[in-house]
Design a binder for this molecule. Structure first.
Ligand code: MSP
Length: 655
């Protein structure tokens, strides 16, 4: 039964770096919601994609020596890129938009022109501050301690001819939308938007740039590229075919039922986006939900801070479903949550291995052991239900409604909590009924035992149906194990006790969620997640300048090694006897014993600075210093003595 349409979106990812688990969080949540709505019977459109323009990408591509298009292609479609990750995470998006797609580019030009033609975009001069990493313009008054109010990084002065969007014109309407409707959720975010952005005075927004080229050109003024947020936000309608012929679903799916977005981009979605739609006379999305961040060590997980967790590593180690489940079970969607390996493994062990996994394996094993894998006819009936029967049946048959209420409010954690209350109740029901004791007298207790096992399978069926949006693959396995067919896993059947056939034939299969040895695994993970030292690390160059005359006073000479010996009681020092061209031997001590054997250096031509004041080391005089090149390789210090051609005579001056 179709219930109507449901259009849900996730923010399109900015492919300047590889994805981390914080990005996966938002997309997994959107996926669970899309799957839940499909289960309910909605015609779902789930959109995700990538937001590929902007100065940061242009800069990164230049650093990498490739074109911006090659740069984003590698991150989006390359190995272990965005598309690969969404496939691995079992993301069921119906559409994927890239803002470099030709149809989107055309639509953006038309959208820009529409707003220009209706007088909402005008040409002016931009003077202000710009945060490169955030691609955001700020006025002086919006800065916090002179830094970007969003990421806390330095901003730069910016002044250029630019187009502006009359955002100020829509301030009252947007404020009304935020304050007097359910448009923005959770409600707590409304206050922040109104007080921080609207009340201080909403200024017109700079919506074109001329200082870089990696963007969509304004077609009637090609020196300008469209501001990346105008380009990005419009994806929600261009991907449906608005102002283009690539798709034809705009009338069917717009307005969006909900945009899920991280809290730092609520401003764009709840102020700029509605104002753009108002300007174009288009319907507004029904809701914007600003979810919290996944934190690591108390800070927002972010590539630039360096505290990111690789979703590939975790999904490949623990299974995609365990990871999906953990993300939505552990943190309230509207608030921040602290990620830790310990919490992840703990959740897998407690909820999945212990509670759910055990329920399934104990129940299916008992049907095998006591009934040869096949419940007898009539096992769904029991004339005198016990208190425990009634309790389990009531909890499980009411579960769907409680779950639905939480899911409709986007409270994934609470919805899962409701499911796990029933799973825990079912496990308790096993202990209350002690099937192993009933099995001692099958003639007397056989029908009761069959009924107890039926009840357990039935409770598992209802829970399994409602867990499907979170763990689709594992629930397929669970359904195969409890012997339920597809009719027994529909939304309607999840609210009705007795959906499973009375003669269900479960099969004990592989362990759905194996228990993990916490201590061993934490140690293993710590090794795998340790940040790899960069291949080559160089000493930063000294910013302080030295004047030319001072520099010229340093006397560098070619010297030939006549003898080289280790210094007694020193692990570091070698003692060199050098021919410096003066006819008198020069002694220099050098801390390079770790890298060279003394005998290998005899006869080499090296470079020394010879006019340093003499120094004593380990009781020996050192008259000068040998010059070496130093760097770090994979965290390890490396040193190479500077050796020059043996054709250079001893004592030749280097200048
Ligand atoms: N390109 C914009 C969105 C444009 S939508 C029209 C963008 N991209 S992003 O790649 O920086 O972020 C994508 C999503 O990932 C955002 O919703 C962001 O909040 C989310 N997250 C990034 N790091 C996150 C965490 N550490 N925790 C939770 N979500 C995080 O913003």
């Amino acid at each position: 039964m179709r219930k109507g349409k449901f259009y849900i979106t996730t923010p399109i990812y900015y492919p300047s770096d590889k994805l981390h688990i914080g990005h996966a969080y938002c997309t997994v949540a959107t996926d669970a919601m899309a799957r839940y709505k499909r289960l309910c019977g909605y015609d779902v459109m789930f959109l995700t994609g990538t937001d590929e323009h902007g100065q940061k990408i242009e800069d990164k591509a230049r650093e990498a020596g490739v074109t911006p298009q090659q740069f984003v292609d590698r991150i989006v479609t390359g190995p272990r890129g965005v598309l690969d990750l969404w496939k691995l995470m079992n993301i069921s998006n119906d559409r994927f938009i890239r803002t470099t797609d030709a149809y989107h580019v055309k639509s953006i030009q038309r959208i820009f022109r529409r707003m220009y033609d209706n007088g909402d975009i005008y040409k002016g001069k931009y003077v202000g501050k710009y945060c490169k990493p955030c691609e955001s313009f700020w006025t002086e008054s919006q800065l916090v301690d002179g830094k970007c109010p969003e990421c806390g990084r330095d901003v730069v002065d910016a002044e250029e001819e630019a187009y502006f969007f009359r955002l100020s014109k829509y301030a009252d309407r947007v404020q009304d939308l935020l304050e007097n409707t359910d448009f923005l959720q959770p409600r707590s975010r409304v206050h922040e938007m109104v007080n921080n952005f609207i009340k201080p005075g909403l200024e017109d927004l700079c919506v074109s740039r001329t200082s870089f080229t990696w963007g969509i050109p304004v077609d009637f003024d090609p020196g300008h590229v469209v501001y990346v947020w105008i380009d990005a936000l419009s994806n929600y309608i261009t991907a449906l075919g608005f102002d283009n012929d690539a798709y034809d679903d705009y009338d069917k799916y717009w307005p969006a039922d909900v945009h899920f977005v991280g809290k730092e981009i609520v401003r764009f979605h709840s102020i700029i986006w509605p104002a753009m739609l108002m300007s174009m006379g288009l319907p507004l999305p029904k809701k914007v939900y600003g979810h919290g961040w996944l934190l690591l060590d108390g800070g927002k997980m972010s590539k630039s801070v360096g505290n990111v967790v690789d979703p590939y590593l975790l999904a490949e180690r623990y299974g995609v479903d365990a990871l999906r489940f953990f993300l939505l079970r552990s943190f309230p969607f509207g608030s921040d949550g602290n990620f830790s390996n310990e919490a992840l493994i703990g959740t897998i062990n407690v909820d999945l291995a212990n509670d759910l996994g055990n329920l399934v394996s104990r129940t299916t094993a008992m049907v095998g052991k006591y009934f040869g894998g096949h419940l007898p006819a009539g096992s769904d009936k029991w004339a005198q239900p016990t208190e425990a029967d009634r309790d389990l049946v009531a909890m499980a048959s009411g579960l769907r409604d409680r779950y639905e209420a939480e899911m409709e409010a986007f409270q994934f954690q609470n919805a899962l909590e409701e499911v796990f209350k029933v799973i825990q109740r079912a496990n308790k029901y096993i202990d209350e009924n002690a099937p192993w004791a009933l099995a001692k007298d099958m003639d007397q207790n056989g029908p009761r035992l069959a009924h107890v096992l039926y009840n357990l399978l039935e409770a598992t069926r209802i829970c399994g149906t409602l867990l499907t949006p979170f763990m689709p693959e594992s629930m397929d396995k669970l359904f195969a194990q409890i012997g339920a067919d597809n009719d027994a896993r529909t939304w309607d059947s999840a609210a009705v006790w007795g959906g499973l056939s009375d003669t269900a034939a479960p099969v004990k299969g592989e362990n759905l969620f194996p228990r993990i040895d916490m201590e061993k695994e934490l140690a293993e993970l710590a090794k795998l997640q340790a940040p790899a030292a960069p291949a080559i690390e160089l000493e930063p160059q000294t910013p302080e300048q030295v004047d030319f005359d001072t520099f010229c006073k340093s006397d560098f000479r070619a010297v030939k090694v006549k003898d080289c010996q280790p210094v007694k009681k020193s692990e570091k020092l070698l003692c060199f006897t050098l021919d410096d061209g003066t006819g008198t031997d020069r002694q220099i001590l050098s801390g390079i014993a770790k890298w060279y054997k003394p005998q290998d250096l005899v006869g080499k031509t090296l470079v020394a600075i010879v006019n340093l004041p003499p120094r004593k080391m380990m009781g020996l005089a050192s008259n000068g210093m040998l010059i070496s090149a130093v760097h770090k390789e994979k965290g390890e210090e490396k040193l190479n003595l500077l050796m020059v051609s043996d054709d250079i005579p001893a004592g030749a001056k280097l200048c």
